[in-house]
Design a protein around this ligand. Structure first.
Ligand SMILES: [Zn+2]
Length: 185
């Protein structure tokens, strides 16, 4: 039996996880979670939550995947410095908006897709669920993305929260009501 809370592989006849003590029966787990708030009552089998460094690696993969083509496009389409500071500022602003648009469509589109993950999260074996273990909508994923900008603006403290919270949630996960979980093999 695979523990949905910590990923521990348990003997078939075990009723409770030998490592973290969580009930292995999903129905029993839901009951204990509701009563004690000790465990997540996620009704899907996962290998636990996506930890801080795993999520940093996923972000690096996504950053390379989108960052490199965007940098190439910027190089191709951004006008060369003309000495006109106003034109340059306009171009910079336009480019920032293009970046936000591309990242929004990518993050919200992928997180609300059947994969429930960006390519980076997929590579690192993670996906995003709501508190019931289900897939999030595009609108919810958009809210999560906007909250992620907030997480980043707070000197990345919103991201660092992943390392210190019980269910490894960043500020954006709390705001959007999401969990990042590891795929059970
Ligand atoms: Zn466990």
């Amino acid at each position: 039996m695979h523990c949905s809370q910590c990923g521990q592989e348990n003997p078939r006849e075990a009723r409770f996880c030998v490592k973290c003590g969580a009930p292995l029966d999903p129905e029993e787990l839901r009951m204990v979670a509701r009563e004690t708030g000790r465990f997540s009552d996620m009704p899907v089998a996962t290998a636990g939550y996506g930890g801080f460094w795993r999520r940093v690696l996923a972000a690096i993969v996504d950053g390379l995947l989108l960052g490199i083509p965007l940098a190439v496009l910027q190089h191709l389409f951004m006008p060369a410095p003309t000495g006109d500071p106003e034109a340059m500022a306009r171009a910079e602003l336009t480019w920032s908006l293009v970046n936000i648009l591309v990242w929004w469509l990518y993050a919200a589109g992928m997180h609300s897709s059947v994969y429930q993950a960006t390519v980076g999260k997929m590579v690192l074996g993670m996906y995003v669920v709501d508190y019931q273990g289900g897939r999030i909508s595009f609108a919810r994923a958009t809210g999560r993305y906007l909250a992620e900008i907030l997480s980043a603006m707070l000197l990345l403290i919103g991201y660092l929260m992943v390392a210190f919270t019980r269910r490894k949630q960043g500020l954006h996960d709390f705001i959007a009501g999401t969990l990042v979980v590891r795929r059970a093999r």
